[in-house]
Design a protein around this ligand. Structure first.
Ligand code: SF4
Length: 204
């Protein structure tokens, strides 16, 4: 029996993701087996992200799915985001150093997608400064308008992240603060789930 080959892209024998001549998934699996814990940083590492979008010709998958396929039981934390906020990574590493990954699991600090609730526990919509506009039914028609961006495709009502409270770039601003709708980048299924980006959600 030949050497077992772990690949991201069955169609091309792993050609699309290699490290040298080794399929990237094989490297991720061998490192993952030996690790005490794994952090999947970013939406692609967590859930496949843009690379796994339909029709996904490379067969791209996230680290959790790779671990499941290969029977790897190493504890995993997903830190999605496109990009992920640096605080989400540093804060998670600090929490693991303080209480261990088992501590996070035991305290039920991870959500159903293995994201730390500390950072991904609330909907964008809950703390959005434009929420009063949504409740009043005052919706922006153009990106530069005042008002809620729901009609312009905002995915805040289905997206779990603390961006409205944490802000980005050292607290400078964040996407809705700049007048652009949230595109739901931390959710499993991004980008297919939230496409088209600039069309209204079918259900809030
Ligand atoms: S739909 Fe978007 S812009 Fe409107 S309140 Fe919710 S998160 Fe804010």
């Amino acid at each position: 029996m030949g050497r077992k080959r772990i690949i991201f892209a069955p169609a091309e024998g792993g050609f699309y993701g290699t490290l040298g001549e080794e399929p990237l998934a094989a490297r991720a699996a061998s490192l993952g087996r030996a690790a005490q814990a794994a952090l999947a940083l970013g939406t692609c590492a967590s859930f496949g992200g843009i690379f796994a979008a339909r029709p996904n010709p490379t067969g791209c998958i996230g680290l959790g799915e790779l671990f499941a396929r290969e029977g790897i039981s190493t504890p995993l934390v997903n830190l999605p985001g496109c990009p992920p906020h640096p605080d989400w990574f540093v804060g998670t590493v600090a929490a693991i150093l303080l209480s261990g990954l088992e501590g996070l699991e035991e305290a039920r600090l991870l959500d159903e997608y293995r994201r730390p609730k500390l950072f991904y526990g609330k909907l964008i919509h809950e703390h959005c400064p434009r929420r009063a506009y949504f409740d009043e039914g005052k919706f922006a028609r153009y990106l530069s308008d005042e008002g809620c961006l729901y009609e312009l495709g905002c995915k805040g009502p289905i997206t779990h992240a603390d961006c409205p409270l944490r802000l980005w770039n050292g607290g400078t601003n964040w996407v809705i603060g700049c007048g652009a709708p949230c595109n739901g980048c931390v959710e499993p299924g991004f980008p297919d789930l939230v496409s088209p980006f600039y069309e209204k959600l079918k259900e809030a």
